[in-house]
Design a protein around this ligand. Structure first.
Ligand SMILES: [Zn+2]
Length: 142
């Protein structure tokens, strides 16, 4: 049975956490990382969307980039059909393409592959770490 001192410490810790949550919640939204001219150019009528992978201009109404095949368009995160292609492309990047190797990206790919492939995830991890060894090192993994 916890003593009064332990209950007081727990109450103080809970109060500190609640105070930090309230401070975080009440922060004003952060401004965009770009300047006003860039923000204005994003909303011009002649602004075009770019493929996130190859940076080629997208045509309206297409679901896949005509140059690289990446799932593009505003509904990719919301469409179960297109979402699978984007997720597969992300996982394929981990085993097949150059990517920024950090502890965060590798842990993310390990966790995502565990969720997607379950018992087959170690097969993915084998190819992931082969690809990681081929990548130039940045911060984190060495
Ligand atoms: Zn593309």
């Amino acid at each position: 049975m916890p003593g009064i001192t332990q209950l007081l410490m727990l109450a103080v810790l809970a109060g500190i956490l609640l105070w930090r949550l309230i401070v975080w919640w009440n922060q004003p939204p952060q401004p965009n990382p770009w300047d006003e001219a860039t923000e204005a150019s994003l909303h011009e009528p002649e602004a075009v969307l770019l493929c996130p992978r190859c940076l080629e201009p997208e045509r309206e109404g297409v679901q896949f980039c005509r140059d690289c095949g990446f799932a593009v368009g505003p509904y990719v995160p919301w469409s179960p059909y297109l979402y699978i292609f984007a997720l597969g492309d992300l996982l394929r990047t981990g085993v097949d393409r150059p990517f920024r190797v950090t502890a965060t990206t590798v842990c993310f790919l390990v966790a995502l592959s565990l969720l997607e492939y379950m018992v087959f995830a170690p097969i993915y991890w084998f190819f992931l770490f082969q690809n990681v060894r081929r990548q130039p090192r940045e911060h984190g993994l060495h």
